[in-house]
Design a binder for this molecule. Structure first.
Ligand SMILES: Cc1cc2nc3c(=O)[nH]c(=O)nc-3n(C[C@H](O)[C@H](O)[C@H](O)COP(=O)(O)OP(=O)(O)OC[C@H]3O[C@@H](n4cnc5c(N)ncnc54)[C@H](O)[C@@H]3O)c2cc1C
Length: 479
């Protein structure tokens, strides 16, 4: 059979599209096969509740996309992507109707933290100044020779600490501790676990350097812009094309899989050498999520004024309460008061809802595979910091683990991270190698969030996997 394409990409998530662009830019002919009717994977938008309300099906807030060294090289604005910076990137309300906030300005953020102003500034300021160097180091496989070892060490020492220990050591008061805990909870790790601080640092620093922007019109605009550029370069995309077996694919020199480790085992497990297969079978899932999108008749009546100006809100109360909720989740228990992440895009983007009305995106962490209805618990948490919230609800769309997996095979059990991001799996993702994208199957690469640097909309897994494929099969093409 003749070769039909230089490379085939399975999956059109941000990493699949990033891989396709990298290969097409180097002169390769590329086909992307997407199982769904719409492209984008974890970066999609749809009218999930009522006509005229545009909801982000998965990702909503994009510090990692705005900070991505790969996306920075792409002309995405020409293809319709416009970032909106909410007035305040992140607010974290407390029970006394106050809120700790992450502002883009490090000094201003620190000043609002009272007695913890010095601690916050001394942690964040030096790292924010070195952000460009740091981003290069942690947005690639951990096993590499660092180009900026001193900066990396300065980041690495606090980053490896458990978030609860670091926050309690550095900060005296509840607001700064709670702010740090909420950021660290993005790790899906118990906050007593090593490296949970790394997530707080990366997301906090990104907030200071590039903000926590949202795309005008919804996350689908990120995928549409990536796909628009890919098509301009000559790449092809076919939707409604689920791949059940690698033999189904047209012949090509390389195949890049934007699929999770478990989807890879499902469609190619039998062909994998037993040792590699066993390694993948040992790869552990992250906990899951339960998500609700709301159509609202009016903005949320937050008690803390800052929350009315913030794109993202973290709900969970103080550090001990957040740590307890995350500990329950990691032990397979449904938390009574879960940590809830909320984004209120329509406050800053009028394209998301009919005039005067609003959207709300919310999810909480649950144990892997848990499929109970968390809406009552999520709404109680919102109501705790915004009494009267329930009166604003016009419609809701709920997504549990099974719904998420149906909408994207990568989200089995509600795991949105492509696998747990604990210390072991940050180093060996999914295997210990300087090029973990290569698989033992000739010409077959993994390029999803199950590879470094992991979850989030940044395209760096796809970019690095494509570079490995270019080195292996297309060494004469420009990279
Ligand atoms: C609810 C939710 C909220 C999130 N919030 C944020 C956020 O605010 N900010 C952020 O940065 N990140 C967020 N994320 C994470 C982010 O969406 C993912 O980390 C990111 O999309 C991973 O990209 P990917 O390209 O690796 O895979 P995906 O985006 O999962 O894309 C994989 C694609 O492959 C397709 N596919 C899978 N199997 C097959 C097959 N066998 N054949 C053909 N196609 C297949 C899928 O349909 C999908 O389109 C969120 C995720 C979820 C689910």
């Amino acid at each position: 059979m003749p070769i039909e394409y230089d490379a085939i990409i399975v999956g059109s998530g941000p990493n699949g599209l990033a891989a396709a662009i990298t290969l097409t830019r180097a002169g390769c002919s590329v086909l992307v096969c997407e199982a769904n009717a719409t492209i984008g994977g974890g970066a999609r938008s749809a009218e999930l509740t009522l006509p005229g309300f545009v909801h982000d099906v998965c990702s909503a807030v994009h510090p990692l996309a705005a900070a991505s060294p790969f996306f920075e090289t792409l002309p995405l604005e020409r293809f319709g992507l416009k970032w909106i910076q909410p007035e305040i990137p992140l607010a974290h309300p407390l029970d006394d109707a106050s809120a700790a906030c992450l502002y883009q300005d490090v000094d201003y953020t620190a000043e609002q933290l009272g007695r913890d102003s010095r601690g916050y500034r001394s942690l964040m300021q030096p790292l924010a100044r070195k952000w460009q160097h740091l981003a290069i180091e942690f947005l690639q496989p951990m096993l590499h020779l660092p180009r900026h070892p001193f900066t990396l060490a300065r980041f690495g020492i606090p980053a490896i600490c458990p978030a609860t220990s670091l926050a309690k050591f550095l900060f005296k008061d509840e607001p700064a501790r709670a702010l740090f805990a909420g950021l660290a909870a993005h790790s899906f790790l118990p906050l007593q676990a090593p490296v949970s601080s790394a997530f707080a640092l990366v997301l906090g620093l990104a907030g200071h350097v590039v903000g926590w922007p949202i795309p005008r019109g919804g996350s689908q605009q990120i995928s549409n812009a990536l796909a628009g550029y890919l098509r301009e370069l000559g790449g092809n995309i076919e939707v409604n094309r689920p791949i059940e077996n690698l033999n189904q694919l047209p012949r090509s020199r390389a195949v890049l899989l934007d699929i999770s480790v478990w989807e890879f085992l499902r469609i190619a497990g039998k062909r994998l050498p037993p040792r590699y297969r066993r390694r993948l079978e040992l790869f552990r899932h992250a906990p899951g999520i339960f998500k609700i999108d709301y159509a609202l008749s009016e903005p949320i009546p937050w008690k803390a004024d800052a929350c009315r100006h913030a794109g993202t809100i973290h709900l969970g109360g103080n550090i001990d309460a957040i740590a307890a909720a995350e500990r329950d989740v990691s032990r397979g228990k449904i938390p009574e008061r879960p940590f809830v992440l909320v984004a209120q895009q329509s406050l800053f983007d009028e394209t998301r809802a009919p005039r005067g009305q609003h959207t709300l995106w919310a999810y909480c962490h649950v144990p892997f595979g848990a499929d109970g209805d968390m809406s009552e618990k999520i709404e109680s948490q919102i109501e705790r910091f915004a009494s009267g919230f329930r009166d604003c609800i016009l419609a809701r769309n709920k997504m549990g683990a099974a719904d998420l997996a149906r909408s994207n095979a990568n989200l089995t059990g509600g795991d949105i991270s492509g696998g747990a991001a604990d210390l072991a799996q940050l180093i060996a993702r999914p295997i210990l190698s300087a090029t973990p994208y290569r698989t033992p199957l000739a010409g077959v690469y993994l390029c999803s969030a199950s590879t470094p640097p992991g979850g989030g909309v940044h395209g760096m897994c796809g970019y690095h996997a494509a570079r490995a494929a270019l080195r292996d099969h297309f060494s004469t093409r420009k990279r």
